[in-house]
Unconditional design. Structure first.
Length: 559
């Protein structure tokens, strides 16, 4: 069926807007979950000091408008045909002052730099002090808070930029900023507040909110003024994801090229939107039933990786974020593992290598990618091996170059490589590239081990993201973890998840689970190899754990 015929079948379309680390994207989907059009626009980033990463909320919003207009053009649709909108974004911190003007978060003092990006690690000292309190709310972040979360970032601002702290009228998680900017209505998301701000979504709330803030936590960590203000600056109205907030304001409708009053959903974090787009992908010919969800995990691979699983009952796992109530699928508890650098780590290893620039030039001449060329070299090098993974028998990578998010939950861990030779050839780069992918996969296996030990029964990974377009990445993850990997028909699962929220906000789908079932489809399954390959990776996994122990031992020697 032609695209024009498919478009003619539907008069209802849903818009997902995703703000990632490097770009704003918009995707338009029909009720079956088929994408009709997409737009992508870059966003600016500043790195004023090591471990500082900043953006601009004005720049992000402008990029969203350009992306939406590009998606409408590609879909050949009018803005009035969009029935509902869902926003997702990274869990970055946005600071606004009087009149919603941006306030600086930067040592540079630039007002437009008013976003502390999720991956910014400036607040390591603050998070260590927060963790030392051992407060009860930390049970819901695996007992160890990360510098990627918002309380340590807020504490850093209070201690280092007091003028910004005192002048700020609103502190937003980026997804909630987007829905506020779209509607003018300050409603915060159960997803953002529960996952990144310590909001207790499972407890009885007041007024129009579900859940409550724990004032004693903010008092214990030095953010008592937020509690004394009644949490006005961080959100007094917290609602479930996908619930309609209200309609697009006149100003925002004009900026996005959409219709005034188009319903906007309560927002979600980007990885969690990917979870929505994945978890009911049909496996074995049918979408997982609600009681089968605990056997599946959504793997969202990009700059970093997130590992999302849901359960009816809370599961407490040291070093793994959560359990978070109603933070992804309403009335389910979310467990969230993650790796701070995966795609970013692979890029770093490849493009910082002595042959990285040469490889990029060759890829450009051939009209392909550096990764495709490396995969070709691995195929050639593996011609005399029992299986390709065997190429790294003497080469091992410990992947925590940017710290460990879970389950070790230690931002001070660093990467290690064992087995380097005095060689800078493209072949040596190909082997290091493979060993790095395997290290990332062993990190996923470690997270799965801890989840299954706590009561999950995960055998299927449903995967999306840029990394999953790489067949070597997918193969090694299947073989290392021993799990089959389901690949969705729609590779842009994050955008799809946001569009699902738009479908619910519009009223066209009664529940989020219903939208997930109606708009998901599968592309294929990759099975783990087992046998000799599984035994090989069992030994590699022992090395993976031993390298961590060795790093701790080195630290003790140097104390």
């Amino acid at each position: 069926m032609s695209e024009s015929c498919k478009t003619a079948m539907y008069n209802r379309f849903y818009l997902g807007i995703d703000v990632g680390t490097g770009s704003a994207r918009a995707g338009i989907f029909d009720p079956s979950g088929a994408m009709r059009g997409m737009g992508v626009e870059p966003i600016q980033m500043w790195r004023p000091e090591e471990d500082f990463v900043e953006q601009s909320s004005d720049d992000i919003w402008d990029a969203c408008g350009r992306a939406v207009r590009a998606a409408l053009t590609e879909a050949d649709l009018d803005g009035a045909q969009i029935r509902g909108i869902g926003f997702d974004a990274t869990c970055s911190l946005v600071v606004l002052g009087e009149g919603d003007m941006p306030l600086t978060v930067s040592p540079s003092g630039a007002a437009e730099q008013n976003v502390i990006v999720w991956m910014d690690h400036r607040a390591v000292e603050q998070v260590e002090r927060i963790n030392a309190t051992r407060h009860e709310v930390l049970r819901y972040v695996g007992n160890v808070m990360s510098p990627e979360m918002e309380p340590p970032k807020l504490l850093w601002l209070k201690e280092n930029l007091p003028d910004t702290w005192n002048r700020a009228t609103k502190f937003f998680d980026l997804p909630d900023f987007l829905s506020y900017r779209a509607t003018g209505i300050d409603i915060r998301s159960m997803c953002t507040t529960v996952c990144k701000w310590t909001y207790q979504g499972h407890e009885s709330g007041l007024d129009e909110s579900m859940g409550r803030w724990d004032a004693s936590f903010f008092e214990a960590v030095g953010l008592d003024d937020l509690a004394q203000e009644g949490f006005e600056r961080i959100g007094r109205r917290v609602r479930p994801i996908a619930e309609p907030i209200g309609g697009l304001s006149e100003r925002s409708a004009a900026e996005l090229g959409l219709q005034l009053g188009t319903p906007v959903a309560v927002s979600i974090i980007d990885a969690h939107a990917g979870g929505l787009g994945l978890l009911r992908t049909p496996v074995d010919g049918h979408a997982p039933h609600e009681n089968e969800l605990e056997k599946c995990l959504a793997l969202i691979g990009g700059t970093s990786s997130c590992h999302m699983a849901v359960s009816r009952e809370p599961k407490f796992i040291d070093g793994v974020w959560g359990p978070y109530y109603s933070a992804m699928v309403p009335e389910y508890w979310l467990t969230e593992g993650g790796q701070s650098a995966t795609g970013a780590l692979i890029d770093h290893v490849v493009f910082s290598h002595a042959r990285g620039a040469e490889l990029c030039e060759q890829a450009e001449r051939r009209g392909t990618t550096a990764f495709a060329l490396l995969n070709e070299r691995l195929d050639a090098l593996a011609a005399d091996c029992s299986f390709p993974a065997e190429l790294t028998r003497e080469l091992h990578v410990q992947p925590d170059f940017h710290g460990n998010r879970s389950p070790r939950a230690n931002p001070r861990l660093r990467g290690m490589i064992s087995g380097l030779k005095l060689s800078d050839s493209v072949d040596s780069l190909a082997l290091l590239y493979l060993a790095t992918i395997q290290a990332v996969a062993h990190g996923t296996r470690h997270i799965l081990e801890e989840m299954n030990r706590a009561g999950y029964d995960i055998h299927t990974l449903i995967a999306c993201g840029g990394d999953t377009k790489n067949p070597v990445f997918v193969r090694e993850h299947a073989d290392v973890t021993g799990c089959r990997i389901a690949l969705p028909k729609e590779p842009e699962a994050v955008l799809l998840g946001s569009a699902m929220m738009g479908a619910v906000a519009s009223g066209d789908n009664a529940t989020l689970l219903a939208a997930m079932g109606a708009m998901s489809a599968a592309r294929g399954i990759v099975e783990p190899a087992g046998g000799e390959i599984a035994q090989y990776h069992d030994r590699k996994h022992q090395v993976f754990h031993r390298m961590y122990e060795d790093q701790l031992a080195y630290g003790r020697l140097m104390e």
